[in-house]
Design a protein around this ligand. Structure first.
Ligand code: SF4
Length: 290
């Protein structure tokens, strides 16, 4: 029989000692969904974005960034492209120049491979003060060739008014001095300006590492599997930024090559798989593609 352990007598009148509470397990912070996606892709389908860009670069040639317009012109032109073909947005912008001429220097539009129009003819930007203060029905008539004029005319005027009230004039050159996401936040605080429009301006005017995800980019990326099939457009912008975190300088070519591929080969209705250099890695062609 083993000896009984002597117990320390509890002083009379004192409550029994409480059992020590177990330390609560710390809740793990939820990983950022965009970063989590980029990591998953890198792990299970390594070099998918790099290989896509390399193949498309060989097909369409290297894409070199060049500023294509003054930032205010770029913003208004981009608003004109919302839910309209680029070629119609061009017509509306040319009409703005003619109806509200300015004495500023001519701008040369160098739209690059991703643009769906013919490119604007050289011309001075519109007088933005006159556009902001134009009678609304008149402005609607001027930009009617671009489509959706009754929605876009008040949006353009409100945008110009916000910029002037915040900054004292209509220049947006200061955005080039801000960090990319701070610049995007400044723009998206303006009603009617979403991540896509803001990213177009910042990418094309300042080569900021942001990725505008339009319908072509979204379609091609989802077919290949660069984006999850159900990714909402808002999250897709962040997922591309996360995928390009190690090579942010490739943002411009990523946007231009994917949008151009969506127009030239990977069209919505009848994608030409046989002509596509990415077919070996495309999940639309082979759901198990590496
Ligand atoms: S293989 Fe077909 S679906 Fe895939 S990216 Fe090329 S054209 Fe598009």
């Amino acid at each position: 029989m083993s000896p009984t352990r002597p117990t320390t007598p509890r002083p009379t009148g004192q409550p029994p000692a409480k059992a020590k509470a177990k330390p609560k397990a710390k809740k793990r912070a939820k990983p950022d969904p965009a970063i989590a996606w980029a990591r998953r892709l890198a792990r299970y389908r390594p070099r998918l974005l790099e290989d896509t860009l390399d193949s498309l670069g060989e097909l369409y040639g290297p894409q070199v960034w060049r500023r294509r317009l003054d930032p205010t012109s770029e913003l208004i032109l981009t608003i004109l492209t919302q839910n309209s073909a680029d070629i119609n947005a061009e017509k509306a912008f040319v009409a703005l120049r003619a109806a509200y001429p300015s004495r500023r220097a001519e701008e040369i539009h160098e739209p690059g491979a991703g643009w769906g129009g013919a490119g604007l003819p050289p011309g001075a930007p519109p007088d933005w003060i006159a556009v902001e203060n134009a009678p609304l029905p008149q402005l609607v008539d001027v930009i009617r060739p671009g489509g959706l004029a009754p929605q876009k005319a008040p949006r353009i005027q409100a945008t110009l008014r916000t910029i002037r009230e915040e900054r004292g004039d209509h220049s947006l050159e200061f955005l080039g001095d801000l960090a990319p996401l701070a610049a995007r936040d400044w723009l998206t605080a303006i009603p009617g300006i979403g991540k896509k429009t803001a990213s177009v301006l910042l990418l094309f005017c300042f080569n900021q590492p942001l990725m505008p995800v339009d319908r072509h980019v979204e379609r091609v990326a989802k077919r290949i599997g660069l984006l999850p099939a159900k990714a909402p457009a808002d999250l897709a912008h962040e997922q591309f930024i996360a995928m390009l975190a190690d090579e942010p300088e490739r943002s411009y070519e990523t946007h231009v090559l994917l949008i151009h591929h969506g127009r030239a080969i990977c069209q919505a209705r009848s994608p030409k798989h046989d002509l596509c250099p990415i077919r070996g890695r495309c999940r639309m062609v082979d759901p198990k593609a590496p």
